[in-house]
Design a protein around this ligand. Structure first.
Ligand code: TA6
Length: 290
């Protein structure tokens, strides 16, 4: 009988591995700094909640938890393509990384109380390594190595679902100076000069790198700060009413309690990695001090 994941990677009662109600294995973190969880399925961060705060990440009450299908919420890892496959109509949306079983590589308890977790995935001569750091802040970074003998392109999106008390009093600040592609109309629009508010289905790819993006949850009087690293695209999405009703793994009214702001390199800003080359994209999530 191989040693259990907890025996190999557990850290006393701060990080334990156990079967989720669905039967899937997940790591559960509980420290004086935060609570959190991640699944081997998709290398998927499913929850993050600093002590004394409301959850930062949204997780649908209707999400599937089964091999081969993505978890609805948390931070899905979209790779090596974003959206529909460019040429294979039957291929799964958003690539194969978020529905693959990732391998545990290591876990570490840092001196400051942060728990660091590394997971890996290899497929199609792509080598991925995810580093998760659960502390007062959440850090996630994905290192991508192109192990093929020729340069290749790929898309990567950390498809983060943010929990909101009410989308009607929320706004996204920090992208006012960026042009964006409106995926619903197909139009590319110039910088708006104002914060993003949600009043209808919203599906936009903002181009350009920014230092910080703020997800302002007006009703909670809370702001989550996103600090992207090596990200030249930001996707902003809310399915709104009709699309929510068409999503079997998403409640009809759950659009009111989430928005996605995705740290990405997609479309015109996709990654181009030489043979044997590597690229790293990541994010840090924190709350503004009161
Ligand atoms: O990131 C926005 C988006 O591309 C939307 O178009 C919508 O499809 C969303 O991703 C969710 O995609 P999924 O395949 O997870 O249902």
């Amino acid at each position: 009988m191989p040693p259990s994941l907890s025996a190999k990677f557990g850290i006393d009662d701060r990080l334990v591995f156990k079967a989720h109600a669905s039967g899937l294995m997940h790591g559960v973190i509980h420290t004086p700094l935060c609570q959190g969880s991640f699944f081997l399925l998709g290398g998927h961060v499913a929850s993050f909640q600093p002590v004394g705060e409301e959850p930062l990440l949204f997780l649908s009450k209707h999400s599937n938890f089964q091999l081969g299908t993505p978890i609805r919420g948390g931070i899905p890892i979209c790779f090596p393509w974003f959206g529909p496959h460019p040429s294979e109509p039957t291929a799964a949306a958003h690539g194969w990384a978020r529905t693959a079983l990732w391998e545990m590589l290591s876990t570490t308890a840092e001196d400051d109380g942060t728990i660091t977790v590394k997971l890996g995935l290899e497929n199609d001569e792509w080598q991925l390594q995810s580093t998760l750091r659960f502390g007062r802040t959440l850090e996630l970074s994905i290192a991508v190595v192109n192990a093929a003998s020729m340069p290749r392109e790929c898309e990567l999106a950390l498809h983060t679902y943010f929990d909101l008390a009410d989308v009607h009093t929320a706004r996204v600040v920090g992208l006012e100076a960026q042009p964006h592609l409106d995926k619903l109309s197909g139009k590319t629009l110039p910088p708006s000069g104002q914060a993003i508010r949600f009043t209808q289905e919203t599906d936009r790819i903002y181009s350009g790198s920014v230092q910080e993006i703020y997800v302002v949850d007006g009703q909670r009087d809370r702001t989550v700060v996103i600090r992207p690293s090596n990200s030249r695209s930001t996707v902003v999405w809310n399915p709104w009413i009709e699309k929510s009703q068409r999503m079997p793994d998403f409640g009809d009214d759950e659009y009111r309690h989430m928005c996605c702001v995705e740290t990405a390199n997609v479309a015109d800003q996709r990654l181009s990695i030489p043979a044997g080359g590597r690229s790293r994209t990541g994010l840090t999530l924190s709350l503004t001090s009161p």
